[in-house]
Design a protein around this ligand. Structure first.
Ligand SMILES: [Zn+2]
Length: 302
């Protein structure tokens, strides 16, 4: 089967996708139209008009930050946040995703509190299960640059909504070069880490950070670069999009890029997806999703 079609059809598991970074151009235009129809103030025009978001676009980091700020301003009411969540989930499903852990940091805006922000996403995810076959879950994120009382407030909300102390934790670890912090994080033993780029000595890590990761085998979820060292060291790896809107990508495109860049066979790709099932946080869905990927493997004799 043609690789592009194959990557689209392969049932995939998304474990690292930030809601606001995942808004596609179509979703953003939809939200902008909603704002315009209701006469809401929209400050994003000047930048948005000159901004052509297309697949394969290369952007500098300033452009990327501007996309985040547009996304934030377009999701600042409960209505638009709900729409953004629903449209984004639909896009992941259309791309062949069968399970997603969407993540977002509760944000206070003029029209909602952090609590309302969280309630809105949770209710939208619950409603989405009526129309979508994809299983959707939410990871409540805390931005480490925020003040400690904000972090505590979000942690308390997460505990309240999940009705239990969070027994699973994932950390952005080694996204930038900071070996000291990477060591501290690995020693904390999170259930998964995101990115894990600057851990290998060749990419800004040290021998110590790398050997600790190899020893602990903490699963790493990330987009497809710096794949080889982690794959060869048999560290559990999950291919994810992170911010598919900002980087104009999709989960199937990340799988395809990974296959093309690192010469993986279709069978190896399918096994990456199968493996990802082991590291999803929703224990009660594991068998269902595992069977879905296995069926695909058997049907296509991979
Ligand atoms: Zn991330």
């Amino acid at each position: 089967m043609d690789l592009k079609k194959y990557c689209r059809e392969l049932p995939k598991i998304e474990l690292h996708a930030h809601l606001n970074g995942s808004l596609s151009q179509t979703t953003m235009l939809h939200l902008k139209r909603y704002h315009a129809d209701r006469g809401f103030e929209d400050k994003t025009n000047a930048f948005f008009d000159e901004f052509q978001i297309g697949s394969g676009d290369t952007r500098n980091i300033t452009d990327c930050f501007q996309v985040f700020s547009i996304a934030h301003s377009l999701t600042s009411t409960p209505e638009t946040l709900a729409m953004a969540t629903m449209l984004t989930l639909q896009e992941f499903q259309d791309d062949g995703c069968c399970y997603i852990e969407l993540r977002s940091t509760p944000r206070e805006t003029e029209s909602m509190s952090k609590r309302q922000y969280l309630e809105t996403i949770i209710q939208t995810i619950q409603k989405s299960s009526l129309n979508l076959t994809m299983v959707s879950k939410l990871i409540v994120s805390i931005n480490r640059s925020c003040p400690i009382h904000d972090a505590e407030e979000i942690a308390n909300l997460a505990i309240e909504f999940s009705k239990m102390y969070p027994d699973v934790v994932t950390l952005h670890c080694g996204e930038v070069c900071n070996p000291e912090e990477v060591l501290q994080m690995l020693k904390y033993k999170p259930d998964r880490i995101g990115h894990g780029v600057c851990i290998h000595p060749q990419y800004g890590g040290t021998d110590e950070t790398w050997s600790l990761l190899c020893q602990m085998k903490i699963p790493v979820d990330y987009d497809s670069h710096h794949f080889r060292e982690l794959y060869d060291a048999e560290i559990p790896l999950i291919i994810c999009t992170d911010d598919k809107g900002v980087f104009a990508t999709s989960l199937s495109q990340e799988y395809r890029l990974c296959a093309e860049t690192f010469n993986l066979t279709q069978s190896q790709l399918a096994r990456l997806s199968l493996n990802a099932c082991q590291f999803m946080f929703a224990e009660e869905k594991r068998k269902l999703l595992n069977d879905a990927v296995l069926n695909f493997i058997n049907k296509n004799e991979l």
